[in-house]
Design a protein around this ligand. Structure first.
Ligand SMILES: [Zn+2]
Length: 315
């Protein structure tokens, strides 16, 4: 089967995404303050095992251990060399164990703010993401996922970097929280505004991840769906995190989370996985549940106008 996300989505109706990486790495011994991306070299077996566990759980798209792999972010861990290699290696590790699943390389926030809020210019931000993208291409990624973003202008820089430096399809996913006036990023951007802008800027897939659990992400999906003509990507956390005995705990069990799957699919989601606190067991149950709603999923694809102009949509 060709490693093409559109073909895969058209043939399956819905794609299952992987679950959390950060919380899985913490379980395997990642210490507070330790740089996760260095595990690509220091603990490659652990990184492969996380990817393989999601593959075996039924994920069609596996991400990579490159979320914080930008120069700006790595600098905070004292790393200023081999940026491209760190990102390339992250993609290679997922590729080695993903079988026929696709690998979407993860790109998270840089931690820096654009002018005038911060000190970074747009050109500098694009150049920072470019290094990651070059590593993704060399590592053989099938796509890029820009995720957990809260600044729309930063996502646009990341999109630009992907478009200018690769032919890879790109998903853009932002994090929203519920406030008094509805959902918005911490920068005040609503899901609707974000989705429209991201489609305009050239994203192939638009979505939301992290921030809250499946219940809130279902609401966010309902807001985004009518605003765009692209497939919708959703990765909720395993519930809203609680502090128990000084530790952050994500309370939703795989069974509890899987119960939201019908609502998410009815809300028009075409790609479903998990963010913080989700495990291979969450993804296994999500994958199982998803398969009962394939008919609705195909209907969802038909509402995605641009996308369904491609030939091959069943029915
Ligand atoms: Zn998360």
């Amino acid at each position: 089967m060709r490693r093409d996300w559109k073909e895969r989505l058209l043939s399956k109706g819905i794609l299952v995404l992987d679950g959390a990486w950060g919380t899985e790495m913490i379980k395997r011994g990642l210490a507070p303050g330790e740089c996760p991306e260095l595990w690509n070299f220091n603990h490659p077996d652990d990184v492969r095992m996380i990817a393989r566990a999601y593959k075996e759980a039924g994920a069609d798209i596996i991400l990579t251990n490159t979320f914080g792999g930008s120069r700006f972010k790595l600098k905070r861990s004292g790393i200023s060399s081999n940026i491209k290699e760190i990102n390339k290696k992250g993609v290679e590790l997922s590729r080695e164990v993903c079988g026929d699943s696709l690998v979407f390389a993860s790109m998270g926030p840089t931690g820096e703010f654009l002018k005038p809020l911060g000190i970074v210019t747009e050109e500098e931000m694009v150049a920072c993401f470019k290094e990651q993208v070059e590593g993704f291409v060399e590592g053989g990624a099938d796509g890029v996922i820009i995720e957990t973003m809260t600044d729309l202008d930063e996502v646009k820089c990341a999109l630009k970097a992907v478009k200018e430096n690769s032919n890879l399809p790109v998903a853009a996913s932002m994090t929203f929280n519920r406030g008094k006036r509805g959902y918005a990023t911490i920068m005040g951007i609503t899901p609707e505004k974000a989705a429209v802008e991201l489609e305009k800027t050239g994203a192939d897939i638009v979505g939301s991840n992290c921030g809250s659990g499946a219940k809130d992400l279902t609401e966010i999906a309902r807001i985004i769906r009518p605003a765009i003509n692209l497939p919708l990507w959703i990765k909720p956390n395993a519930g809203v995190p609680l502090l128990r005995e000084g530790k952050t705990v994500y309370p939703e069990t795989p069974e509890e989370m899987a119960r939201f799957i019908p609502d998410l699919i009815k809300a028009g989601v075409s790609m479903i996985g998990g963010c913080c606190g989700t495990t291979p067991e969450h993804i296994r149950l999500i994958a199982k549940e998803v398969h009962s709603y394939i008919d609705i999923a195909y209907k969802n694809l038909k509402t995605v106008i641009k996308f369904s102009n491609q030939s091959g949509l069943p029915g």
